[in-house]
Design a protein around this ligand. Structure first.
Ligand SMILES: CC(C)(COP(=O)(O)OP(=O)(O)OC[C@H]1O[C@@H](n2cnc3c(N)ncnc32)[C@H](O)[C@@H]1OP(=O)(O)O)[C@@H](O)C(=O)NCCC(=O)NCCS
Length: 183
């Protein structure tokens, strides 16, 4: 079994998913506002789907050495949502995704967590390119992508739905973004 790393930012801890996260995981994806723009379908998930997806997340780490982390609020230990990577067979690239429960929106948390994951992808995993698939009407998510340095690469049809493909190359990251991060 792969050892899943934990990442820390000023306010967040990105940590492995545990079985004990199930109630919060199910509640996250049962919220119609949270799933509204997701590429994998816009209907709220029932508990069975949430459970199966948790197993997918664990298996993704096991099979690829990468995956999604639980975003935990450092100050309170609260479960906030999920940030991290997805690249199962047939995926159009190595995707960085972010999903937070509604009560945490609007505080810069997604941007903060996504930046840490992006840094990990380029420096530790040494990925050449990261993508993020975003529904065209998902303004909040587009802003997160832009704030972490991704730019619009094109449009693709993903699960029958047109999605924007944002992306960032390691070369550009190293040249333009990592240096700003250090300063
Ligand atoms: C997308 C999401 C993760 C953003 O989380 P967040 O923590 O609120 O994001 P941030 O606070 O880092 O905000 C990032 C930017 O989006 C802007 N923003 C936030 N909500 C917005 C909205 N409803 N409409 C337009 N812009 C919005 C913020 O003002 C900020 O922009 P700024 O830098 O210009 O101020 C969150 O809305 C979410 O979980 N949505 C449901 C799941 C989802 O759609 N995930 C993305 C799938 S591609």
């Amino acid at each position: 079994m792969v050892k899943i790393p934990t990442l820390e930012t000023e306010r967040l801890r990105l940590r492995p998913l545990h079985k004990s996260d199930f109630e919060e995981y199910a509640a996250l994806y049962a919220d119609p506002e949270v799933v509204r723009h997701l590429g994998t379908g816009t209907e709220p998930w029932d508990r069975g789907r949430a459970w199966r997806h948790m197993v997918f997340v664990k298996g993704h780490w096991d099979f690829t050495g990468t995956g999604m982390w639980v975003v935990e609020h450092k100050e309170t230990g609260s479960f906030m949502g999920m940030i991290g990577f997805a690249a199962p067979e047939g995926w159009p690239g190595f995707e960085l995704a972010w999903i937070l429960a509604r009560r945490w929106w609007g505080n810069g948390y997604a941007t903060e967590g996504a930046r840490a994951a992006l840094h990990h992808a380029f420096t530790v995993l040494e990925k050449d390119r990261i993508i993020s698939l975003i529904a065209p009407e998902n303004q909040a998510s587009i802003r997160v992508a832009e704030r972490i340095g991704e730019s619009l690469q094109g449009r693709i049809v993903h699960f029958g739905r047109e999605m924007l493909c944002y992306g960032l190359d390691r070369e550009i990251y190293s040249r333009e973004i990592a240096s700003q991060r250090a300063s």
